[in-house]
Design a protein around this ligand. Structure first.
Ligand SMILES: O=C(O)[C@@H](CO)OP(=O)(O)O
Ligand SMILES: [Mg+2]
Length: 414
């Protein structure tokens, strides 16, 4: 009982897009845990609501005392009960009264305070003493869609994974090298390229989706050969953003093409085959479990098909996906579900069913490094957290530090 909560403090801070976000300090008699919530731009419809109507100001001015008075005296180790209390205080199904970002920041800060009470890093507190696996970083190279401006590709994220890396340091530097190479390759295609970047630090080129796919593959090959590390291309299509329900079509504005579900299956399968894609996230609209199932049946033996908006880190939606064989990977974003204990339950269900959990950042981030610890603590084979930019490298550099601390570090397996 060394981790009794003595105070909870809530403040408004900046996120990487210049928007306000919430930061929470949880104080025990001998420690402090601090965590900040991220925010999405291409959010899933079934995510919890991030803030009450009055936004963060309402949380800070009207709810801090109420929440603090509920949690003071509780043991930070008892995270499940604390998360339940927060849900009770909220009283709604979607956390709209106090906000899922409020509850998740508290939940993560509570876990960090509990770990700090025992003088332990969070990853070890969560994963135990024998934890020794580092996740492969899914690095963001080019941005389109909701994370970029006009004239960008429609596909939201062109990602790479250095699958041949044998340690995290080589892995993150390999990604950074591909990012650099891509700048040169974009310049060679588009003489007007300004070097502009999207929300997650990927370049925003004014080129077609096909051209972006081609240079992504070329950069992987060239840099992979130079470094002697196999690097594979990956995508987040974020197809819910392209889906037009009235037309029942995916709209590719940059290419002037519309695709129905059948066309979309063929299109994505063709990309996977042509470019030997390692991972494809959200290839269909968030409501289309059937489309996911068809694609996974066709290519699931050679490519990770990952649900983000499809599952929103929700155990029930994942259970449906497991039953329908909709995907073989799931994005794990704690603020989609609003608490760390529920995040853990979803990760557990995924692992029990051979679904790869991919711990992920959001497009709006802070320098909070919690997800690096979650990826190691959950033994997640992949972490999606950008490649460059202060709020992205906060996580990557933390992974380098964690690797240094581990007695027998090894890269995770798939
Ligand atoms: O779609 C995604 O996977 C995320 C993070 O890359 O974007 P957002 O945070 O905007 O939902
Ligand atoms: Mg996504």
């Amino acid at each position: 009982m060394v981790s009794i909560i003595e105070d909870v403090q809530v403040r408004k801070i900046l996120d990487s897009r210049g928007n306000p976000t919430i930061e929470v300090d949880v104080i025990t008699w001998n420690s402090k845990g601090r965590a900040a919530a991220p925010s999405g731009a291409s959010t899933g419809s079934y995510e919890v609501v991030p803030y009450p109507k009055g936004g963060i100001d309402e949380v800070v001015s009207e709810m801090e005392d109420l929440i603090a008075s509920e949690l003071i005296g509780m043991d930070a180790e008892d995270l499940v009960t604390i998360d339940e209390v927060l849900k009770e205080v909220d009283g709604t199904d979607n956390l709209s009264a106090i906000g899922g970002n409020t509850t998740v920041a508290i939940s993560m800060a509570v876990a960090k305070a509990a770990a700090a009470s025992y003088n332990m890093p969070l990853y070890k507190y969560i994963g135990g003493n024998l934890v020794n696996e580092l996740p492969f970083p899914l690095g963001n190279m080019m941005n389109g869609g909701a994370h970029a401006g006009i004239n960008a590709p429609d596909i939201q994220e062109f990602l790479v994974v250095p699958v041949g890396a044998t340690n995290i340091s080589d892995a993150v530097f390999a990604n950074a090298s591909v990012h650099k190479r891509l700048k040169e390759l974009i310049q060679s295609k588009d003489s007007n390229f300004t070097g502009g970047k999207g929300d997650e630090g990927g370049w925003v080129p004014n080129i077609s989706n096909d051209a972006a796919l081609e240079i992504q593959a070329r950069a992987c090959e060239e840099v992979g050969d130079e470094l002697g590390i196999e690097i594979r291309p990956s995508l987040d299509i974020a197809a819910s953003e392209l889906w037009n329900a009235a037309e029942q079509k995916y709209i590719y504005a940059q290419d002037g093409i519309k695709r129905d579900t059948g066309d979309q299956i063929d299109f994505v399968k063709d990309i996977i085959d042509t470019y030997n894609m390692f991972y494809v996230e959200d290839p269909f609209d968030e409501s289309d479990f059937g489309g996911f199932s068809q694609l996974t049946a066709k290519v699931g033996d050679k490519c990770l098909i990952c649900g983000d908006d499809l599952f929103v880190t929700n155990k029930e939606l994942l259970a449906k996906g497991i039953e329908m064989k909709a995907a073989n990977a799931i994005i794990i974003k704690p603020n989609q579900i609003g608490s760390l204990s529920e995040t853990y339950a979803t990760v557990k269900l995924a692992k029990e069913n051979n679904i790869v959990p991919v711990v992920s950042h959001r497009s709006g981030e802070t320098t909070d490094e919690t997800i690096a610890h979650l990826a190691v603590g959950f033994s997640s084979p992949l972490i999606k957290t950008g490649a460059i930019g202060g709020e992205r490298i906060a996580k990557l550099n933390e992974l380098i530090r964690i690797e240094e601390e581990l007695p027998n570090p090894t890269m995770n397996k798939f």
